[in-house]
Design a protein around this ligand. Structure first.
Ligand code: PPS
Length: 368
């Protein structure tokens, strides 16, 4: 009798441990299922800097390049994806000055990753970084710091790859990105329209002559042996025919590129921001941008001061920082001297394109 009670207890104990083992296994299985379906990403995450992995801590607000290798902030997402099969190539064009000035990345741990509702699609060297950084002060704007280059270089990586690059947003916040090369990419408008034809498009335009020189200055800074501007700008030096195959020239033919976009998007989808006014009156231009995006006018003249040394407007309090900050050294560079006659030739070349662009956009930018 006593023994049968013992046996019953023993069997009950065994059954209990089997049941608890079963539930433990079930819990582990559910956890892995939850993670593999991507839901783990909603767990509050930390962000850290590669700086913490490097012996020397970069104390400056912008990321530094040391011995040619960039030290840059890496989000948890980037590390997560780098170890997975879908690797987001962090574009070379990643803007090092896009980080908060304390060097610590601030991550939104709530909300979800959505496709952008608004994109700064161009133009290269127009002032796109300044615009994005100014917009990021707005509490209802969340933007990717780097240029995703999805609709030009990385389209084959697929939409989920693209969405994953986006920051999390909560209701009422808009997701944004900037990739200036979209404006001149033939396939970009149809690809973007296939995703969302309601996307708001912002184009920062600047005098195409100055833009071309700025573009050349950037290339020269990377390749000091580059031929002179005047060598590259002419297809035929004797006849002084402008070489439209040179990207520094081609990008400035705004009317041509806009025509391509207008095949897929109505004019009302666009806001053209003056690159010149973004420097002379940043608050005024930001007012227009906020209205276009349906945002409350929060970014105002209170946020800017003119830095005499830099020669550009800078932010009193950039996103994630309480200290004033200007854009990095690669923004607002001194341009090399170009003979006045060459600039004049280029100005004449652009005139018909500019006039057509003013007509198409309904705005006179006064470049002529
Ligand atoms: N606030 C402020 N600070 C610094 N620079 C400013 C600012 N606003 C506009 N700009 C102008 O932005 C030009 C660079 O344009 P982008 O940011 O579009 O360049 S890029 O395409 O992302 O490389 C850059 O061109 P360069 O002057 O040739 O360097 C600037 O003239």
């Amino acid at each position: 009798m006593g023994c049968s009670i013992c046996r019953t207890r023993l069997n009950f104990g065994r059954a209990l441990s089997k049941v608890s083992l079963f539930f433990t296994m079930l819990l582990i299985f559910m956890y892995f299922f939850y993670c593999f379906s991507g839901l783990c990403n909603s767990i509050p995450r930390t962000q850290f800097n590669l700086q913490t992995l490097t012996p020397e801590y970069a104390s400056q607000n912008e990321l530094k390049e040391r011995d040619g290798s960039a030290v840059r902030s890496v989000s948890y997402d980037e590390v997560l994806l780098a170890s997975s099969s879908i690797q987001p190539q962090i574009p070379d064009s990643i803007e090092r000055e896009s980080l908060p000035s304390n060097g610590i990345s601030v991550s939104n741990t709530f909300g979800s990753k959505k496709f952008p509702q608004a994109i700064i699609i161009g133009v290269k060297k127009g002032g796109t970084r300044a615009l994005l950084e100014f917009l990021r002060i707005h509490p209802d704007v969340r933007a990717v710091g780097a240029e995703p280059h999805f609709f030009d270089r990385f389209y084959d990586k697929g939409l989920e790859w693209y969405r994953h690059l986006m920051p999390r947003t909560i209701d009422g916040q808009i997701t944004m990105e900037k990739t200036p090369s979209y404006f001149v990419t033939k396939e970009a408008p149809s690809r973007l329209c296939a995703l969302n034809c309601q996307t708001k498009l912002i184009v920062v335009v600047r005098d195409p002559v100055t833009r071309a020189v700025s573009d050349y200055t950037q290339t020269l800074s990377k390749s000091p042996g580059l031929p002179s501007f005047e060598t590259l700008v002419y297809k035929n030096a004797t006849s002084r025919t402008i070489d439209v195959s040179w990207s520094a020239v081609r990008i400035g033919m705004y009317a041509k590129h806009l025509e391509n976009w207008l095949q897929h998007f109505p004019l009302s989808s666009f806001l053209f921001v003056s690159g010149e006014r973004l420097v002379s009156d940043p608050a005024g231009e930001m007012g227009r941008v906020q209205d276009f995006l349906g945002l409350k006018r929060i970014v105002s003249d209170k946020h800017f001061y003119f830095n005499q040394t830099k020669g550009f407007p800078c932010l009193k309090k950039p996103e994630g920082s309480s200290r004033p900050r200007c854009l990095g050294k690669s923004k607002g560079r001194t341009h090399p001297h170009i003979p006045a006659e060459v600039l004049q030739n280029l100005r004449e070349f652009y005139r018909p394109f500019n006039l057509r662009f003013y007509h198409m956009s309904g705005q006179d930018f006064g470049w002529d």
